[in-house]
Write a protein of this length. Structure first.
Length: 264
């Protein structure tokens, strides 16, 4: 579907599909960085730091990896987020999670990722950019979304009891080329289905999700070392230096243990 049409329907649907959005050279550079993040135990250190107060955070953060920083500040993405009805001219980077799942991996129950405690409104949009580095193929673990559900004010896990079962009106996204991105309003309920074919796609399932928030309210961070992440973005000059709010600490509350760690 044409991007302009998807933008016009974003308020109604809550998601946008961008097949092959990322350039091939960036995708190629991201793969070994994700491997490093997983194989060196850095992802697990990040999960532990979020789950257990006092745990040692990873010795580096995702944005210190060259291509991850480039992805977080990818100019075509930031320009798209500036459009209405997305985030508008002023927004802040919230977090980035990087993962590589084994072939035949399990699913994740219906949930949303809108950071608000308690959940009370949807006045300020938050957007998750789901970057499928290796693409998606039928059988390797589909993403399913429920259009319009982002307008419902509910806790993140309000639908967890449904597991990953099919819901009326859902849209299944299971066939995307490498370097594709799915933009979700963070309050949109979605699920990851378990892989039905361990050999689907012939490779592991790579996914990096990054999120961004409209300024104007204080947002809860999800990582206890969130200040270190934002400091890296500022130090590296990510975003070109002409977006002073992109990595600004003033848009956040203090971290609490209620924060969620990296997506499973």
């Amino acid at each position: 579907m044409d991007l302009d049409v998807q933008l016009a329907r974003f308020h109604e649907n809550g998601y946008i599909l961008l097949p092959g959005f990322l350039p091939a050279p960036l995708v190629e550079r991201l793969v070994p960085e994700v491997d490093q993040w997983v194989d060196r135990g850095l992802r697990q250190s990040s999960i532990d730091a979020c789950a257990h107060p006092g745990s040692v955070p990873p010795p580096l953060v995702e944005l210190e990896m060259d291509s991850h920083g480039e992805l977080a500040s990818y100019e075509p993405l930031l320009e798209l987020l500036e459009k209405e009805p997305m985030l508008g001219r002023t927004f802040v980077f919230h977090h980035l999670h990087s993962d590589r799942r084994r072939p035949g991996g399990g699913g994740k129950a219906w949930h949303h990722d809108y950071e608000q405690r308690p959940q009370k409104d949807r006045d300020h949009p938050m957007i998750h950019a789901l970057h499928y580095i290796g693409g998606l193929r039928p059988g390797m673990g589909a993403l399913a979304v429920l259009p319009g559900s982002h307008r419902q004010v509910a806790e993140k896990d309000a639908w967890s009891g449904l597991g990953t079962v099919e819901q009326p009106g859902e849209v299944v996204i299971d066939d995307l080329p490498p370097g594709s991105t799915v933009l979700l309003h963070s309050a949109l309920f979605h699920t990851r289905r378990a892989a039905s074919d361990p050999k689907a796609g012939g490779s592991r399932r790579y996914m990096i999700d990054a999120s961004y928030c409209r300024t104007g309210v204080l947002w809860p961070p999800v990582k206890p070392y969130w200040r270190a992440v934002l400091a890296v973005g500022r130090k590296r000059g990510l975003g070109g230096g002409h977006r002073p709010d992109l990595f600004a600490e003033r848009h956040f509350l203090e971290y609490t243990a209620a924060g969620r760690g990296p997506a499973a």
